[in-house]
Design a protein around this ligand. Structure first.
Ligand SMILES: NC(=O)c1ccc[n+]([C@@H]2O[C@H](COP(=O)([O-])OP(=O)(O)OC[C@H]3O[C@@H](n4cnc5c(N)ncnc54)[C@H](OP(=O)(O)O)[C@@H]3O)[C@@H](O)[C@H]2O)c1
Length: 235
C-alpha cells in the first residue's frame, strides 16, 4: 500500500509497551491514530492526550472494535493470550470481522506461532513454550493455545494480513528496522533478540509494505550478532 494512502490507523492494545511504541511511530508518520485499551489502562496513554482518540473497552468486544476501526486504512493488533476466555481469538475475530475490506491488518505474536509447520525450534525453546502453556493454563492466567487459534483464523482469512512473530524482546534505543525470515531456525535469527521499539517499528512499517501481505515474518534485531553475521556473509 502506498504510504500516502494510509491516513488513519487503529492500534488494538495501545496501552501496553508494544502498543505505546506503535502509537508513537504512527504519530511520527502523521497518521490519525485511534487506540483501544481496557478502561483502567486509559491513563497509561496520558502522554498522547490530544494527539490520538482512545476507545476504552476489552479488545475482544466486537462492538468496541467495530467503533474503533471505522474508517481505518490499517489496524495494528497486539495479540495477547491473557486469561482463559479466548481473549486472543476473540480479538483477532473482531478485527477480521469489522475492519474495512482492503484494510491492512498487522498482528503481533511470538516465534512459537507457526504458519506452515516448517519452523525449526530448539529443544529448549519447545520446552519453554510447553512449560509456560501448562503453567499459564493451570493458573488460569494465560491461554497460549488460544493465541495459536487466533493466528490460525488470521492465516485462513482472505484479508490483507501480516502476522509479525517477535523474538525475545528487550528495551533500549532503536537499532532500526529488524530483519526477518519466513522460518524460525534460519541462522540469521539465532540471536533471538529484538528491541521492543523496533518490533513496533516493523509492525508500523508493514502497513505500507505490500511484500509482507499474507506473510508471517519471524523478526530479529538488525544489530543482533546473528543478523550482522548474515549481512556480512551476503556482502
Ligand atoms: N514479552 C516478550 O518477550 C515477547 C516475545 C515475543 C513476542 N511477544 C509478543 O509481543 C506482543 C506484546 O507483548 P509484550 O509482552 O511486550 O506486552 P505488552 O506490549 O506490554 O502488551 C501487553 C498487552 O496485554 C494487555 N493485558 C495485560 N493484562 C491483561 C489482562 N489481564 N486482560 C487483558 N489484557 C491484558 C495489556 O493491556 P493493558 O495496558 O490494559 O494492561 C497490553 O495491551 C504480544 O503479541 C506478544 O505475543 C512478546
Amino acid at each position: 500500500m502506498d504510504a500516502n494512502r494510509v491516513k488513519k490507523v487503529c492500534i488494538v492494545g495501545a496501552s501496553g509497551k508494544l502498543g505505546q511504541y506503535m502509537v508513537q511511530h504512527a504519530l511520527d508518520r502523521g497518521y490519525e491514530v485511534v487506540g483501544v485499551c481496557r478502561e483502567k489502562s486509559v491513563p497509561k496513554l496520558a502522554a498522547f492526550e490530544g494527539r490520538m482518540t482512545v476507545v476504552p473497552g476489552d479488545t475482544n468486544d466486537p462492538e468496541v472494535i467495530r467503533r474503533a476501526v471505522e474508517g481505518c486504512d490499517g489496524v495494528l493488533t497486539v495479540l495477547v493470550p491473557w486469561g482463559v476466555r479466548q481473549y486472543s481469538s476473540g480479538t483477532a475475530q473482531a478485527v477480521l470481522d469489522h475492519a474495512r475490506p482492503g484494510a491492512r491488518l498487522v498482528f503481533s505474536c511470538g516465534w512459537h506461532i507457526t504458519r506452515d509447520g516448517k519452523d525449526h525450534y530448539s529443544r529448549l525453546f519447545r520446552a519453554g513454550v510447553r512449560a509456560s502453556a501448562w503453567v499459564g493454563k493451570a493458573l488460569r492466567l494465560v491461554e497460549i493455545d488460544d493465541q495459536v487459534e487466533a493466528c490460525d483464523r488470521v492465516f485462513a482469512s482472505d484479508t490483507r494480513w501480516t502476522v509479525v512473530r517477535g523474538s525475545s524482546l528487550e528495551e533500549g534505543e532503536s537499532q532500526g528496522l529488524p530483519v526477518w525470515s519466513r522460518h524460525v531456525g534460519d541462522p540469521m535469527l539465532a540471536s533471538d533478540l529484538t528491541r521492543r521499539v523496533d518490533f513496533a517499528l516493523f509492525m508500523v512499517e508493514a502497513l505500507t509494505d505490500d511484500s509482507l501481505v499474507r506473510e508471517a515474518p519471524a523478526i530479529v534485531g538488525r544489530l543482533a550478532p546473528s543478523a550482522v553475521a548474515h549481512a556480512r556473509e551476503r556482502a
